[in-house]
Design a protein around this ligand. Structure first.
Ligand code: NAD
Ligand code: WQD
Length: 346
């Protein structure tokens, strides 16, 4: 059940990192459901062309402030220009490998900016915050599917550690405040693209993630896909992940926002797994892609990638029941949409 549009009264929602992969899809979902989304982004990992695509998809001008949310004057400009009712905080650096080489960039950008954002939200009396967390906080779970009660394990990278630290900072500062209501969403593996193929995942440089590398390989932009390890203790020897369509993920943010808005008491904090609830191996992803697109995936087998875990996929019972949200799109639909996006940007 969506909040009735009249209740939204075009509520202004700030999307930090809104020009990025997940942020841009959430922008569209917010717009389609009667919110007024406002983007702040420094375009550190996104292209300006996204903005024009958002105009095409939504048919409306895009409210955007270009800047680094680590800069207090940028947040002052945002919060003094717009009457913001809620914040969805996507802005972060997310490359696991880079975080190992340059941890301070990640702690500064991901943790430092979150602290400043919380301070500014309190200064301007803004109540509602949805935070982009990650299933990486679970490490390699002992039992699967992983639930929100599964233990948070020692992070496998500085990037993963920034997500754990930010969750703790948000929870503790929320509980200490009188006004904050916040939710952390632990995403699994977002893939796919908007049906229009006007927005999608646009990694700057060689993709580290499976699906964008796979589509670029099939498009002839990269060599054969490298399968990192076929000796995992799984049915086909390749590692298992929970792949979720980015549009299902975007819709989960609206449900989380509505959940917060409905909370009458503050302070309030909660957290949810946001995944498809299905585990798929790398070879199963390849087979699903070939079936969905009719394209052949050429691949080579390589040793395991350092830091990779064998298997993780979500129990989404809590988000199904509490947020009235469930992923609707299949793995094949996600891969079909990912390929349509790849073909559109060739
Ligand atoms: P993305 O890199 O596509 O988008 C992030 C956006 O934030 C980019 O447009 C970037 O320019 C912007 N940004 C980064 N630092 C900024 C700063 N200091 N000030 C202003 N803008 C800034 O990443 P994404 O895949 O859309 O991920 C969004 C969020 O979800 C991130 O917090 C990421 O850690 C988290 N997440 C992503 C995945 C995934 O697999 N994509 C999985 C779990 C969690
Ligand atoms: C998926 C599977 C690889 C590429 C990462 C981050 C996580 C989150 C999501 C930000 C693994 C295999 C991959 C390739 C391959 N990001 N693979 N060949 O590692 O589950 O999660 O992205 O929050 O924090 O760790 O996603 O897409 O990189 O890999 O065989 O070229 O595909 O080994 O088993 P991952 P991924």
């Amino acid at each position: 059940m969506w909040l009735h549009q009249g209740e939204l009264a075009y509520m202004n929602i700030l999307i930090t990192g809104g020009a990025g992969f997940i942020g841009s899809h959430t922008y569209v979902a917010l717009s389609e459901h009667g919110y007024t989304p406002i983007i702040v982004d420094n375009f550190a990992n996104s292209r300006d062309s996204v903005i024009g695509q958002l105009v095409d998809i939504t048919g409306s001008a895009v409210e955007i402030i270009r800047g680094d949310i680590n800069d207090p004057t940028v947040l002052d400009q945002v919060f003094s220009t717009y009457a913001i009712e809620g914040v969805i905080h996507f802005a972060a650096a997310k490359a696991v490998g880079e975080s190992v080489e340059n941890p301070l960039k990640y702690y500064r950008n991901n943790v430092g900016a979150t602290i400043l954002l919380l301070e500014k939200m309190q200064e301007y009396g803004i109540q509602n915050l949805v935070f982009s967390s990650s299933c990486t906080v679970y490490g390699q779970p002992d039992t699967l599917p992983v639930t929100e009660n599964s233990p948070v394990m020692k992070a496998l990278s500085p990037y993963g550690n920034t997500k754990q630290i930010c969750e703790e900072i948000i929870e503790e500062s929320t509980r200490a405040s009188q006004q904050l209501k916040s939710v952390s969403l632990r995403y699994f593996n977002p893939i796919g693209a908007h049906k229009s193929a006007k927005i999608g995942e646009l990694p700057l440089g060689p993709p580290a993630n499976l699906v964008p590398f796979l589509t670029q390989s099939v498009a002839g932009l990269r060599g054969p896909l490298q399968i990192w390890g076929t000796d995992y203790p799984t049915s086909d020897g390749t590692a298992i992940r929970d792949y979720i369509h980015v549009c299902d993920l975007a819709e989960a943010h609206l449900k989380a926002l509505e959940y917060l808005i409905k909370q009458e008491k503050s302070p309030f904090y909660d957290y949810f797994n946001i995944g498809s609830g299905e585990g798929s191996s790398v070879l199963q992803v390849i087979q699903a892609f070939e079936k969905a697109t009719g394209k052949k995936v050429n691949y080579e087998i390589r040793e395991r990638r350092t830091g990779d875990i064998t298997s993780v996929y979500a129990s989404t019972d809590k988000s199904n029941k509490t947020l009235d949200w469930k992923a609707k799109r299949s793995l094949e639909e996600s891969l079909k949409d990912a390929w349509a996006w790849q073909e559109a940007i060739l």
